[in-house]
Design a protein. Structure first.
Ligand code: MRU
Length: 345
């Protein structure tokens, strides 16, 4: 079950908009098609978006006819800009594009640069997969035998092009033999929880209960949730975390009920250039996603609609941030600075 696979001169992605009814794979060789697939959430989840963006740059580069280096690099910049404009919130996309930009500076001629870009995209993919595997191992220690865990959105293999973030932590603890139970929120408006997390939990054989987003307070108030664990799209230096809309609500509820609230993310999701979550750009998506469910209209035509795709959870609500470089606790700024001192750009 791979979100994205590099096939030498094209990528194969699993169209996540069709899940769980159909497992449809798309083979894409044009960077514009990958950009559309990202914008349309055919491939989604912060690390997976970064990987897809990197491959899109590599494929775009292979298509450039120019043999003069300056002209090639000018065209490459335009491609990078197109991919950067697909989705604004996930830090992983921009970090991957920055790495691709740097890789383009390494070759002496166009052929060398093309090879460097393909290799860099593959390295970004391998790095994200490895990071999610490692953070899942570290995070699994936090989940005790017998825990019931509440998770939001979809954070598994499909969201990460690797092992998973929040879902990876749950899966790793389960594989280690801990008896766990999961509450998976449906995650309105696009139902990543109901469609994809439920599908992945089923495949993993982990016992779970699917609930609507509005049921979370009910189950917390009855003492049925031992911890909440979510992924992230961008984490500011102070630990403020942007994640799927509804995450902030869960964090406030968790604090009210004294339930630990964990964020699991690779360091590629952290943006130490932003002092706080107030600076994180929040994607606003089409009103259709709210007024329709899987194409069926559920609201009167023409009503006013808001559709922010993410919200920001302020750092005081977060118990710990699980990364591949370690579990960071308050004050997050110190821990994040320490990790970034030891990371290559
Ligand atoms: O809009 P999506 O489906 O891309 O949002 C995904 C999430 O919010 C995930 O929780 C996040 O990317 C981190 S998990 C890989």
């Amino acid at each position: 079950m791979k979100a994205i696979e590099w096939l030498g001169n094209r990528v194969r992605i699993l169209d996540q908009t069709r899940l769980p009814q159909e497992e449809v794979y798309l083979e894409l060789s044009r960077y514009q098609d990958i950009a559309s697939a990202i914008a349309e959430l055919k491939i989604r989840g912060a690390p997976a978006i970064g990987v897809a963006g990197a491959y899109a740059v590599a494929l775009g580069a292979l298509e450039i006819k120019a043999t003069a280096k300056t002209e090639f690099l000018r065209k490459l910049q335009a491609i990078i800009q197109t991919i950067a404009s697909t989705r604004p919130t996930a830090r992983n996309l921009f970090r991957a594009l920055e790495r691709m930009g740097r890789a383009s500076e390494s070759g002496k001629n166009v052929d060398q640069i093309k090879t460097a870009l393909v290799n860099e995209a593959i390295a970004i993919h391998t790095g994200e997969a490895e990071a999610t595997r490692r953070l899942s191992q570290l995070g699994a220690e936090l989940l005790k035998d017998g825990f019931t865990i509440l998770t939001h959105c979809n954070t598994g293999a499909l969201a990460t092009a690797g092992y998973g973030t929040a879902f990876g932590v749950i899966k790793k603890a389960w594989e280690r033999g801990k008896k766990l139970r999961v509450f998976a929120t449906e995650t309105r408006p696009l139902l990543q929880g109901a469609r994809i997390t439920a599908w992945e939990l089923n495949k993993a054989g982990i016992p779970f209960t699917l609930i609507t987003d509005s049921m979370t307070g009910y189950f917390m108030s009855r003492g049925e949730v031992d911890c909440v664990i979510v992924g992230a799209d961008r984490i500011a230096l102070n630990g403020d975390t942007a994640n799927k809309i509804g995450t902030y609500t869960l964090a406030v509820l968790a604090k009210e009920h004294n339930i630990p609230f964990y964020v699991a993310a690779p360091t590629t999701t952290i943006d130490p250039s932003l002092a706080s979550g107030a600076e994180i750009p929040i994607e606003q998506r089409s009103s259709d996603e709210v007024t329709r469910i899987q194409g069926i209209s559920i609201a009167p035509e023409g009503v006013d609609v808001a559709n922010p795709a993410f919200d920001v959870t302020p750092h005081p609500y977060i118990t710990a941030i699980i990364t591949e470089s370690g579990i960071i606790r308050q004050p997050f700024g110190e821990g994040i600075k320490e990790i970034f001192r030891n990371l290559s750009p």
